[in-house]
Design a protein around this ligand. Structure first.
Ligand SMILES: Cc1cc2nc3c(=O)[nH]c(=O)nc-3n(C[C@H](O)[C@H](O)[C@H](O)COP(=O)(O)OP(=O)(O)OC[C@H]3O[C@@H](n4cnc5c(N)ncnc54)[C@H](O)[C@@H]3O)c2cc1C
Length: 629
């Protein structure tokens, strides 16, 4: 086939695929307040109230204070927030979007405050609300709501972090005394990293392996007092303050041991399983592994908050870096935003942040609707977005820091301290590598591996497909399905060649999964990128007309960058050629030009302003007038 014929065929294909696509505008206008309204999916008035409240001088950063002063300040800040009664811990179950909106709004003030609140309300209070019943709700939730018993979440142990099922803390029922004896059998079983226990925590939800009448029933959760009302550590509890950390030093993390402490029978959280006074164990979930799944499913809200924090952290860093970049001249009159290297670091990150923000909105809606049929989608999205949004935040903040040059290193300009404070978000509430595995496992369980589309025709992007939503979506779906099938094939082959029993075949499948973990993670990433892109396009369709051009451009830029990142895969599979790779670069640069046109009044600035970060929380002097620093 001649080059001309091939080009013509591809152009036809591209036109067919792109029927209905809006033509690109020559200039872009972004109505900032309309965009902000569109981006604020829920609880607008509440969010505004919380953000406005954070004008209180107590929330101003103090970069000179000591570790202990910072912890005390964080506690006092939390008390101030609690005093406002913006939400109740009961919203964790009854109105998760309100709960998330309230806590999410704190993070622009200070990540230590957000995490201390999250540990108290989400991890401790939320676990009691979700896994407990009326007795626990009546006994504990009022003092969670008014912070009279600061709460902690004792799950991780020194020897057992990602592998929660492997924890060694024991809970044995003593029928005669009608209580559980909770014990730390060795130092590796000491609870480690526990937020709030170093100094302030009074009550803890403790994960321990339950044994009743000699039968092991798996991890269960118990409410334990670790300090009395005066703040003295309870008998049988040992606590070691973990001291200074890389960041997040407003939170007092601690290590905790339990020396055969006695916990009343009623204080086991019993929404799923219970123990009667005579020591009879009953559960509505039969298998230990399914019960464990139910016990840790409460982590979803925490994961959503961490993911939302990652997106919000990226928003703040981008707002500072873009606002600075459009004002800062270097080498004569040229402002640094005019350099394509600056654009290439900031603008795809801006598009990606919009994509993740909108995806988080979708996830929160699913959580609010609480349809049993959505449980798997919620699991996949909360795990995958937690990993994707926090990993990308690390990169975005580093890029923003570098884009601000030396100014990015100044604590007053906010990006640097936030990078340190937030660095842990890739690890806690589920290590990202483990989270992405969960995504792929869930996809494999679905049996979706049969649906591998045929290889897309190379050259389509070069023939105009870069601007075509359907072409981009098809390529992203192809990558996810192909890589998922590769993992599934490896697992099936391993099972087929394993001799003997079903158990041996299951073990062989599991070993094959582990041998291919690099690919497993690629599948997770591909799934999230495909979802975020499709969701972005769908959100753009429902957007008011005035917002569509900028959203279409951002969605397109996000899709283009996903394809660029996957270029090695597409070239290897013969789904792209060199012309496609060049076309992606050209298309991205055309978008940069549109986004940067107008300098201080450019769409890029309007798009970060639409994040709605109030000036009193943006704070960084370089985001306003760098000459007045
Ligand atoms: C600041 C901070 C606050 C915390 N707050 C709390 C709290 O309040 N309560 C609480 O219970 N816990 C808390 N944690 C603990 C946190 O949840 C754990 O650190 C986290 O689960 C990871 O466990 P780990 O540190 O033991 O790392 P590990 O699980 O040992 O992981 C170390 C490395 O091994 C890799 N790895 C582990 N397993 C696998 C696998 N299956 N496949 C591939 N790679 C793997 C991981 O990706 C990681 O890179 C906190 C941690 C920190 C740092």
């Amino acid at each position: 086939m001649s080059t001309d014929m091939a080009s013509e065929r591809l152009a036809v294909l591209s036109r067919q695929l792109c029927a209905g696509m809006a033509s690109s505008p020559s200039t872009l206008t972004v109505p900032t307040s309309d965009m902000r309204l569109f981006l604020t999916h829920d609880n607008r008035e509440l969010r505004d109230r919380v953000l406005d409240f954070l004008k209180d001088p107590i929330f101003r950063p103090d970069h000179y204070q000591s570790l202990l002063d910072f912890r005390e300040q964080t506690l006092q800040r939390l008390k101030k927030v609690v005093g406002q009664k913006f939400f109740s811990v009961r919203d964790y179950v009854d109105n998760p979007r309100k709960f998330i909106a309230s806590l999410e709004s704190l993070m622009w003030a200070d990540y230590s405050l957000a995490i201390k609140s999250g540990v108290h309300f989400t991890l401790c209070g939320g676990t009691i609300a979700r896994l407990g019943t009326k007795y626990h709700h009546d006994k504990y939730l009022p003092s969670i709501d008014d912070l009279s018993t600061p709460g902690s979440y004792c799950m991780t142990e020194l020897g057992h972090g990602s592998n929660v099922m492997g924890i060694e803390t024991t809970a044995v029922y003593d029928k005669a005394a009608q209580c559980f004896i909770i014990n730390t059998p060795n130092d590796e079983a000491s609870k480690y990293w526990i937020g709030g226990t170093g100094q302030h925590g009074k009550v803890c939800v403790v994960f321990a392996q339950l044994t009743i009448n000699g039968t092991w029933q798996g991890p269960h959760v118990f409410v334990v007092r670790i300090r009395d009302d005066s703040g003295a550590i309870m008998p049988g509890v040992r606590i070691q303050d973990q001291g200074p950390k890389m960041g997040l030093n407003g939170v007092d993390n601690g290590r905790v041991w339990f020396d055969n402490i006695r916990v009343p029978r009623e204080d086991m959280l019993d929404a799923f399983s219970s123990v009667s006074p005579d020591g009879t164990y009953t559960s509505r979930i039969n298998s230990v592994s399914a019960r464990f799944g139910a016990v840790v499913s409460g982590l979803t809200t925490g994961r959503v908050l961490i993911a939302a924090g990652g997106v919000d952290g990226a928003k703040l860093a981008l707002a500072v870096a873009i606002r600075y970049s459009v004002q800062r001249p270097q080498f004569g009159d040229k402002v640094i935003m005019e350099y394509v290297t600056q654009q290439n670091r900031l603008l795809p990150a801006l598009a990606q942040t919009y994509a993740y923000h909108l995806a988080m909105g979708h996830l929160k809606s699913l959580m609010m609707d609480k349809k049993p049929a959505d449980a798997k989608a919620i699991h996949i999205l909360s795990s995958g977005l937690k990993a994707a949004a926090t990993w990308s935040r690390v990169q975005v903040m580093q890029d923003c820091r570098e884009c601000c040059g030396g100014m990015g290193f100044l604590a007053a300009n906010k990006i640097g301290p936030m990078m340190n404070d937030m660095n842990v978000d890739v690890t806690f509430e589920g290590d990202n590598t483990v989270m992405m595995q969960q995504v792929t496992r869930a996809l494999l369980d679905d049996g979706k591996t049969r649906l591998v589309p045929s290889t897309p025709t190379p050259g389509t992007l070069a023939a105009g497909g870069c601007g075509c939503a359907k072409t981009i979506a098809a390529l992203l779906a192809y990558r996810e399905a192909t890589q998922l099938a590769q993992v599934a094939d490896q697992m099936s082959q391993a099972a087929a060649s394993a001799p003997g029993t079903a158990a041996a075949k299951a073990a062989a499948r599991s070993q094959a999964f582990e041998r291919n973990l690099d690919l497993v993670l690629e599948v997770g990433r591909a799934n999230i990128e495909r979802f975020c892109y499709e969701n972005f396009v769908a959100e753009t369709e429902r957007a008011p007309a005035a917002l569509k051009p900028s959203l279409e451009l951002l969605a397109n830029l996000y899709g283009i960058k996903c394809l660029q990142k996957g270029a090695a895969f597409y070239l290897g599979m013969g789904a792209m050629d060199r012309a496609d790779v060049a076309a992606l670069r050209t298309a991205a640069q055309a978008h940069y030009a549109m986004l940067c046109a107008g300098g201080l009044r450019s769409p890029a600035v309007a798009l970060v302003d639409a994040f709605g970060i109030p000036d009193h929380l943006l704070q960084a002097p370089i985001a306003f007038d760098w000459r007045k620093i």
